[in-house]
Design a binder for this molecule. Structure first.
Ligand code: HEC
Length: 136
């Protein structure tokens, strides 16, 4: 009887080891701020026009965006640092990325529909996608 229970225990332990030993998960760990941003881009209309994996959409992908050089419609280039990203979110009409329609984002993202605090979280999320190379 005690023997049987010991064997059962050994099986359970072995199963547990297999289930947990499957290697690391492929998703990078997000900071809590970035995790909040990841949630916000889903409840806001952002993902209607932006992808997070490099795929094409009405707007530029968020993957590989942070820290990259962005060419604007007036042919100037800017670095997509946190200040640029935050401004792009809070004031979509201020600058237009070359090759994309001016004013499109503002049709769904109304002024003040994203608060500065929410924008910070979204920027942290976009930063977390910096290392993800856009699939061109
Ligand atoms: C109706 C489509 C649409 C929606 C919805 C939308 N965007 Fe955009 N977004 C665009 C387009 C088009 C551009 C590029 C043209 C421009 O700069 O205005 C852009 C540009 C951006 C940029 C700058 C990208 C770059 O490559 O420099 C950021 C950051 C951004 N959007 C974030 C957001 C966030 C966050 C939301 C949700 C709150 C959002 N967008 C919702 C269409 C959209």
């Amino acid at each position: 009887m005690a023997h049987a229970r010991a064997r059962l225990l050994a099986v359970v332990v072995a199963l547990g080891a297999t289930a947990c030993g499957g290697g690391s998960s492929s998703k990078p760990q997000l900071s809590s701020l970035a995790a909040r941003g990841a949630g916000l881009v889903q409840v806001k209309p952002c993902l209607v026009c932006h992808t997070t994996n490099g795929g094409p959409a009405a707007g530029p992908t968020f993957s590989g965006l942070a820290g990259s050089r962005v060419t604007l419609a007036d042919r100037t280039t800017v670095t997509a640092d946190d200040a640029y990203l935050k401004r792009s979110i809070l004031d979509p009409g201020a600058q237009t990325v070359a090759g994309f329609p001016k004013g499109l984002m503002a049709t769904l993202v109304k002024p003040a529909s994203v608060t500065p605090v929410q924008a910070d979280a979204i920027v942290a999320y976009i930063d977390s996608l910096a290392g993800v190379k856009p699939a061109k």
